[in-house]
Design a binder for this molecule. Structure first.
Ligand code: G3P
Length: 217
């Protein structure tokens, strides 16, 4: 399973990259706004910087919602760096845009996926990734993990190349459960990735080893 980080924060991206486990980055307009990025030039520059820091696919989301505007914006984003993946919302014009970019060989990530039918449509249109939002489904008492399992079955039935990019991750358990059901990618905040490291028995075991190592000096 690939690990992406879900942030536009350059320090956090660097930290995950330095850890040696990072396969890519996802962003969205809310994450970019959180970093105080505004204006077209600043946005394009920020994506360029992210591409220079991190290896792998970097999702850059369009801000527009009509077919023509998404095509124009997506082409500008794709021109920033070969690792840019154009992130397109799951709307009717978005499906058309996915097909357009697929025909042009530009990679896409279809975002705001909340049902198996939406994932199927995005895959049919040639999306490279679909992003089902686990946490936001859990937030409204719908089992987000169940959606990942459904999409896995459908994509396997028809051997779609589209990768399942589990998004809206809230905890390390989401990451573990995604690995159990066969998500191709998990995009997560840095905190959830780092929480995978933690176990009290590791800490107490290491403290004992360090104490015993001193006896051998
Ligand atoms: O990038 C899309 C997704 O991961 C958003 O997550 O936490 O805003 O539901 P969240």
């Amino acid at each position: 399973m690939k690990f992406f980080i879900d942030t536009a924060n350059l320090e956090q991206i660097k930290e995950a990259q330095d850890l040696g486990i990072l396969d890519g980055v996802t962003t969205n307009p809310s994450l970019m706004a959180k970093e105080g990025i505004s204006g077209k030039e600043a946005i394009l520059n920020h994506y360029k910087t992210i591409c220079e820091i991190a290896d792998g696919d970097i999702s850059a989301e369009v801000l527009s919602t009509t077919y023509e505007e998404m095509i124009k914006e997506g082409e500008e984003l794709a021109a920033i760096h070969p690792n840019i993946v154009v992130k397109i919302p799951m709307i009717k014009d978005g499906v058309k845009a996915l097909k357009y970019f697929s025909n042009k060989g530009i990679k896409t990530n279809c975002t705001l996926i909340f049902s198996a039918g939406q994932a199927l449509l995005a895959a049919k249109a040639g999306a490279n990734y679909v992003s089902p939002f686990l946490g936001r489904l859990d937030d409204i008492s719908v089992d987000g993990m169940n959606l990942i399992e459904e999409i896995r079955i459908i994509f396997d039935n028809y051997m779609f190349d589209t990768e399942i990019l589990a998004a809206s991750i809230r905890s390390p358990m989401h990451i573990i459960n995604c690995a159990k059901v066969g998500a191709d990618v998990v995009t997560s905040p840095l905190a959830s990735i780092l929480n995978l490291l933690k176990h009290p028995l590791t800490d107490s075991g290491l403290a004992q080893f360090v104490a015993d190592a001193k006896k051998m000096d």
